[in-house]
Design a binder for this molecule. Sequence first.
Ligand code: 5RP
Length: 262
Amino acid sequence: MEWGMANRMAQLIQADGHCLFLPVDHGYFQGPTRKLEEPRKTLAPLLPYADAIFITRGVLRSSLAPDNAKPIILRVSGGTSMVGKDLANEGITTSIEEVIRLNASAVGISIFVGSDYEKESLLNLSRLVDEGEKYGIPVMAVTAVGKELEKRDARYLALCCRIAAELGARVVKTYWCEDFERVLTGCPVPVVMAGGPQVDTELEVFEFVYDGIQKGAIGVNLGRNIWQNDFPVAMIKAIRAVVHENASPKQAQELYENEKNK
Ligand code: 5RP
């Protein structure tokens, strides 16, 4: 791996081999998502605890000070909305020159395996990898399911992750699922876990993050289950402990309770 690529990967993945990415990119198709209506306010208290921020160029420019020291993963796919015909019909929204101008450490793009736009989204990924590799910029592939959340099983996600890796993604973002080891075994590049819509209890989040890390995921790219929580700073600190300090779900829960009562 060339120095630039290796350096950017090292900005994202910490010395312990793990990472906590904080995604705030949801507005690119969801609009002003609950508790992300004003990204600047959502982000400010959480920034110190994130290893990198997953964000679009518009929210980056408007809501993060340029002297913010956190690595940026720029979301560069889009062109669809919740009310449009098909969330899978994405294109690449941001040029590689803009990615470099914004000093991003990586780029992120969704793929929609099994959808009507499977081929387009996979070729978008391939093109982005070609561009990124020219300049030493890693691509994170997002195995997107659109509105079909029930698709999140090991057989499907293993297929998506492997294809993303085969096409050149340096990191793959997917969902935790039952038999998650099957997803990890078949994916030869590092995997991070997203959370999806907010789940009922904090403990559920700590449990799946813990399980995924124990099985070999390098970390999380977890958004709504952090910033839609009533105590987002307590939540990110507890998840950080699971990712970076090998805290058990029970320890994370205790940390969360202590932090939220501060
Ligand atoms: C949505 C994304 C998010 O980055 C990803 O889904 C992670 O966020 P969450 O944990 O809220 O699902 O790709 O555009």
